[in-house]
Design a protein around this ligand. Structure first.
Ligand SMILES: Cc1ncc(COP(=O)(O)O)c(C=O)c1O
Length: 473
């Protein structure tokens, strides 16, 4: 096919050569060649392609071959066909890279619509109140605050946290049981990488892949617990050989969204008591509950059998890298030993600022303000779906910063792909599933509603509705 090399300059107004060489039939060769031309930018978005007949004549192909190739590229999202205006290269920016969860390739263009779960609304960071707290904290700090620092964390912060967590989350603790760290991931690294605890560890069948891989790096085998409408099936713990600890998200299962049923909370703690084991409670967004009072921490049931782990990553900002563990007594010394002499993680200045921010009531105020804001966002998502895609059920919506849209079986992969081509960043449920999970795999999209700026939220929801699978007829 060496003579099928053509110059389309006069028809599409650019210096483009299509060379149909290589293996495969003519149709797939043409598809591949056109796709490559769009991908590498030789065919720019909006460029009108020649009519079937003339391209077929130029390339010595059957008209149908060209028509089929165009149709395939339209279905893949590379081209768009409009009545009366022919076939054009789709008007889109760089596709979002898939299927990594919460990762963007260095140098890739940011998505047009960011509906990926994981981040709070960055524009709502309370800059003025945080600055004022920092100023007060720095003014009041004793000189020793500017020394090497206490690996357990500043006592001002541990005192403020003990009061706040008791009042707002039902955690039973004193400042002496709290260890400040840089977030949930750091807590898991200290516990398992520091050999305070050993695997195998029970985890939920759907969870954060990042946590699973950091556990793997610490040579900890994870064993999946099934989930149902009551949350993790904690009854399965009894049959797991060698498992002495379970990592759970009781306030708001991540990512499917329900709270752990009260009976399951009790049975998990009972299991830990009988087995001499532990529940690791990841309370990553426990404050954000919309339709009733927040669900209190499981830790309140038995502080000696539960490690409570919290973080500012959802409530304030993941950039602060501040979190905390509330430990049973017997784990305090080993965790501090794992942490080592020098605090290498959480800035003392930020710790003092947070202590002031909590003590002065600004943290509570911020949470209340954000709760209203996220609730309004959630309501808008639910209303948009009801109006435009009533066959898609949003679930896990009573709390948190994301919802799971349940899809008809077998449609998740194509919906995620379609979203990527429309430059919408989001994840399918499959990206959160434990590789050894045995429960049925439901199709769904995990949609974060906190991140888009106000002016971008409506367009993001509109774009989302365009990529949802149609109702089955
Ligand atoms: C399930 C889950 N746990 C914990 C966190 C917080 O992690 P970190 O405190 O390490 O930022 C997140 C995300 O913010 C999460 O989705």
């Amino acid at each position: 096919m060496a003579d099928s090399w053509v110059n389309l300059a006069e028809r599409i107004g650019s210096d483009l050569h299509l060379e149909l060489t290589g293996p495969g039939g003519r149709r797939s060769l043409l598809i591949r060649t056109l796709r490559d031309a769009v991908r590498d930018g030789r065919l720019a978005p909006g460029t009108r392609l020649p009519p079937y007949r003339s391209l077929a004549a130029d390339l010595g192909l059957a008209r149908n071959t060209v028509a089929e190739a165009y149709a395939e590229l339209v279905a893949e999202g590379w081209l768009v066909a409009r009545q009366g205006s022919g076939t054009r290269v789709a008007p889109r920016t760089e596709p979002v890279r898939l299927p990594r969860v919460a990762k963007r390739t260095a140098g890739a263009a940011p998505p047009t619509h960011n509906l990926r779960q994981g981040q709070p609304d960055a524009a709502s960071f309370p800059r003025t109140a945080w600055l004022a707290a920092a100023r007060r904290a720095l003014g009041a700090a004793p000189n020793d605050a500017f020394g090497p620092g206490d690996p357990q964390g500043r006592h001002e912060l541990r005192r403020a946290l003990a009061e706040y967590l008791g009042r707002a989350r039902g955690v039973r603790t004193t400042p002496e049981r709290i260890v400040v760290c840089s977030g949930v991931a750091h807590a898991l690294r200290l516990l398992f990488g520091g050999r305070v605890l050993r695997g195998p560890l029970a985890v939920e069948s759907y969870g954060l892949a990042f946590h699973r891989s950091l556990l793997e790096e610490a040579s900890v085998r994870t064993v999946p617990l099934s989930l149902d409408e009551r949350g993790a099936r904690t009854g399965e713990l009894e049959n797991l050989k060698g498992v002495r600890a379970a990592l759970l998200t009781p306030a708001h299962q991540f990512p499917t969204g329900g709270p752990l049923h009260p009976q399951r909370r009790v049975s998990a703690v009972e299991w830990a008591r009988t087995r001499g084991g532990l529940i690791l409670e990841d309370d990553y967004d426990g404050e954000f509950r919309y339709d009733r009072e927040p669900v209190g921490a499981v830790q309140g049931l038995d502080p000696e059998r539960v490690v409570y782990i919290g973080s500012l990553s959802k409530s304030l900002s993941p950039a602060l890298r501040l979190g905390w563990m509330v430990l049973p007594e017997h784990l305090l010394a080993p965790v501090l030993a794992a942490k080592g002499e020098r605090e290498a993680w959480a800035s003392v200045v930020d710790q003092l600022t947070l202590a002031d921010f909590i003590d002065s009531g600004h943290y509570d105020r911020h949470i209340r303000r954000m709760r209203q804001r996220y609730r309004a966002r959630r309501d808008r998502l639910v209303a948009t779906l009801a109006a435009n895609a009533p066959h898609i059920a949003p679930t896990g919506i009573a709390a948190g910063l994301h919802a799971v849209l349940r899809l008809p079986p077998g449609t998740e992969h194509s919906a995620v792909k379609a979203a990527a081509w429309q430059s919408i960043a989001l994840d399918g449920l499959a990206g959160f599933r434990h590789p050894a999970a045995t429960m049925p795999a439901d199709d769904g999209l995990v949609v974060g509603y906190a991140t888009p700026p106000d002016h971008g939220y409506g367009p993001a929801l509109e774009a989302l509705c365009q990529v949802l699978p149609p109702a089955e007829s």
